[in-house]
Design a binder for this molecule. Structure first.
Ligand code: GLP
Length: 247
């Protein structure tokens, strides 16, 4: 049993002291990610406080994504978020490998399209003629857990035969670099926060109306020609983004 005592003489609310204690136990690994924490009743007995006070602390930690409540099972420590840098042009596969995770993909759709959505047309600077694109929709996995849903559009006249590649097993960037000698150069990205759609909830295995990050990327080669338009939907509970600022 933990010997930690709440300080009733200081003007810091008791719920907040419990919250800080829980945060500390999570950060130091006493309560490891994925593990069950003591119940509301146990915490209220341990600290000699009301269950309402405990509930207040737990609720804030759930809102902050540190704890997850599972109906009928209890309250668990959330998995730490993947902290993704945004200053380098990397692929999902490279990012996951760098973190010691196994990247993967589950292909939902590979389709040659000539009816091109206008944002894709604009992003790829296709003009009126358009041409045909390959649309690839994949669930992106890290250690087999769904992390993002990605829909990529690539011009087939630049990458003939791309539709026959196995996107379940291989990184798209690697295919483009190795099989088509493409040199990836820069990308421009916009990030927007939103709530999940039914489709996204189904494929990512997340709850109704979960927070997600929607990223649109246009990627350019060394001649500054756009060759890829991608819409990625990342799970808000598993990702955070990091940007280096220079002055
Ligand atoms: C990231 C980017 C996508 C890009 C993908 C390529 O997830 N957000 O825009 O298309 O990486 O990943 P891979 O080469 O692993 O298929």
């Amino acid at each position: 049993m933990n010997q930690y005592q709440l300080d009733r003489k200081i003007p810091i609310p008791l719920y907040y002291q419990v919250k800080q204690w829980l945060l500390n136990e999570i950060e130091t690994g006493t309560f490891a990610s994925g593990s069950l924490i003591p119940s509301e009743r146990e915490l209220s007995e341990q600290f000699q406080i009301s269950r309402m006070t405990v509930r207040h602390a737990l609720k804030e930690l759930m809102n902050e994504g540190k704890l997850i409540r599972e109906q009928g099972k209890g309250t668990f420590v959330a998995q730490p978020k993947i902290n993704q840098g945004l200053s380098q042009l990397t692929s999902f596969s490279e990012d996951m490998k760098k973190r010691g995770m196994v990247p993967g993909a589950q292909v939902l759709e590979v389709q040659i399209i000539s009816d091109i959505p206008s944002i894709v047309q604009k992003g790829l600077n296709l003009g009126v003629t358009g041409g045909t694109l390959l649309k690839i929709k994949r669930i992106r996995l890290a250690n087999n857990e769904p992390m993002a849903l990605e829909t990529s559009y690539l011009p087939l006249n630049r990458f003939p035969g791309l539709e026959r590649k196995n996107f379940n097993a291989q990184s798209i960037y690697r295919i483009l670099e190795v099989d088509y000698q493409l040199k990836l150069f820069t990308a421009s990205q916009t990030i927007e926060v939103g709530l999940s759609t039914t489709d996204e909830e189904h494929f990512l295995g997340i709850k109704r109306k979960s927070p997600v990050m929607r990223i649109e990327r246009v990627t350019y080669d060394e001649r500054e020609q756009p060759f890829e338009f991608v819409i990625s939907v990342y799970r808000g509970d598993r990702y955070k983004f990091n940007i280096e600022l220079i002055r």
